[in-house]
Design a protein around this ligand. Structure first.
Ligand code: ZN
Length: 269
């Protein structure tokens, strides 16, 4: 018997579906998978926070400093005074397992950051702009609030997740992940995290001084004058909008029954 090859039907390998729709389905499907993985990784970060105690975290990041900082000398008067103020405020946060460490970044850009291991970075630019100890105490109390809620670790975890994703999607190597993670961390927290940090900041300031007067004075000045805007844009990009922030703080303090008047402590420098 002679074998006769059957003529293949035209278009057997061509799908009935338009190629663009197929491509679209593939993209949507892959995106959904990526998003699902990212969400589960972020969820794992949340779980990991239960197991990594603040003490472990402090040991892990002992002596760590992010790259690119120009820290001032440890005997610098403003660094010593800021460290002493943090230590005083931390007394009102007795459950803390952190040994808070203050470093001054010698940058004109006003900013304050909470970083892993209990590290608080304050810039020279911010210290130049505060006019009373009370103003500075609130800025520091706000950062203590991020430690209390461990926002800084959440942001770091998310930063790592996003960086790995970025590396996978763009095909970049993963060498820059640490840098990018730190970058995402520095970019700040959600509005809700910021509000909670403000509330905690006010509570430690109230415990320290017996009132919350001048806690928001710095932000009031920033919102009415924009002549130093370039210097404060970094702080504003990592913290809530000054306008509603002040109102929210005053409302919260009033609801808590804290005094809005009280003696102002001058800066020692
Ligand atoms: Zn904040």
């Amino acid at each position: 018997m002679r074998f006769v090859a059957k003529q293949t039907k035209e278009g057997i390998n061509v799908s009935d579906t338009h190629p663009l729709i197929e491509a679209g389905t593939l993209v949507v499907g892959l995106t959904a998978i990526f998003v699902a993985i990212a969400v589960s990784l972020i969820f794992m970060v949340e779980i990991a926070l239960f197991f990594v105690s603040a003490e472990d975290e402090a040991n892990l990041f002992d002596g760590w400093l992010p790259a690119g900082l120009a820290t001032v000398s440890h005997t610098d008067e403003r660094r010593l005074e800021t460290q002493a103020l943090v230590d005083r405020l931390a007394i009102h946060y007795p459950e803390s397992q952190y040994q808070f460490r203050v470093e001054i970044d010698d940058s004109e850009i006003a900013n304050a950051l909470a970083l892993p291991g209990g590290l608080i970075i304050v810039t020279s630019g911010l210290l130049d702009q505060v006019e009373s100890e009370n103003e500075l105490a609130f800025v520091l109390g706000h950062e203590l609030g991020h430690f209390k809620n461990r926002d800084h670790l959440r942001a770091l975890g998310r930063g790592v997740v996003l960086s790995i994703f970025f590396a996978v999607i763009t095909g970049n190597d993963v060498a820059g992940i640490g840098v990018k993670a730190a970058d995402v961390t520095l970019r700040g927290f959600s509005r809700k995290q910021e509000t909670r940090a403000d509330e905690f900041g006010l509570s430690v300031v109230n415990s320290e001084y017996g009132h919350v007067n001048e806690s928001w004075r710095l932000f009031e000045r920033w919102s009415i004058s924009d002549n130093s805007f370039a210097d404060i844009v970094a702080y504003l990009s990592t913290h809530p909008d000054s306008g509603t922030r002040v109102d929210d703080m005053i409302t919260y303090a009033k609801n808590e029954g804290w005094s809005l008047d009280g003696e102002i402590t001058p800066l020692s420098w």
